[in-house]
Design a protein around this ligand. Sequence first.
Ligand SMILES: [Fe+2]
Ligand SMILES: [Fe+2]
Length: 395
Amino acid sequence: MSDPYRYLTSLGQALAAMSLYPGGHRARDRAVEASFEQLQDLARDDAQPQFSFLDGEVIYRRQIIRELTGWEWGKRLAAAGMQRLEFLEGVTRDEYATWLDELQQILAGEAPDTAEARQLVARRIRYGAVEVRGGGGTGGGGSIAVGPVGDPTAVPDLDAEVEAIRWIHGEVEALGRLPLLEAEAVVRSLAVAMHSQSRIRLPLLQLKTFDQYTTTHSTNVAVLAMASAEYLGLGSREIRAFGVAGLLHDLGKVRVPREILVKPGKLTDEERAVMQSHPVDGARIILEQDMQLDLAAFVAYEHHIMLNGGGYPTLRYPRDSHYASKVVHVCDVYDALCTHRPYREAWASERALGYLAERVGTEFDPELVEAFTRMIGDWEQRRSPLEEKSVNGEQ
Ligand SMILES: [Fe+2]
Ligand SMILES: [Fe+2]
């Protein structure tokens, strides 16, 4: 029987042997060889094995491997910024040995953990961060300004979360697979960032280039949705579910062609129709996963529907939207208005709140807007000013 447990144990043994014996030592080579054989065994049943190391748990195919709870190597890998490990098909013995060398160096704190280095060695072995708050660095990301370094009032650095969200969108786009555990990890991490000081605050990101819109906006809407849920007195499980729903509300945009997403001018009728299909597509992608994500699916579907039934998509039988959808609708519009777009400057918070207030009763639920306005007044940290920095391509 092929067995992810046996493979990971062999990986741990290889890493241990590599830290004990110098290169070329027989014991070291044997351990590497044995681990490669276990990987090949595993690959017979699962051509592309994927693991996540989160919160002391080892996850394989969305299942926790109970025997490896608290597994020391899993914790070390996670702490070094490798919460996720994926093998594509056809990893060769040489590639595997080179990767193990690199892994060992990173674990020993010796190798620079850069995206370029990873690309060279790990073309068929992908690994990276999902959630590194309190852990190591991520590499990649690092391009969103969130306030001056060392300033205690600065909004926390969310590079790792942004990087993870970008990766999640990439997975959905390329493979049609929604990595739920990782999405939940991002939400947990955002919740930690919100509560990292004595008072709650909202670590909202400022958009720096239009290319970053989807990831920046998803992060902000997740934060705002969780904050709203908390402000409205919901329990911690619901707060997290609102966070996941906020994070995934625009997931359907992975199906919208990039030219339409980043088009600076007005959309044609045809383009608008494509853009407006994102709620239905998003809900479909979420429901296609065999997971309990009903709330996120509702929110993806309904977050552009207005209180009076306007907006889109048009429901054949008008009904009230889910409470969470109404909350995310408010957060969504607020963040969009406070964000710089090609056709207008970012609005100040007061102006955006004024916009919400004007549309109470028609577009938005009055009680929710009232609570949201108080929550922003109590918790929002003023957004940091724009910084001129280049950004590597992101969407
Ligand atoms: Fe949307
Ligand atoms: Fe949105």
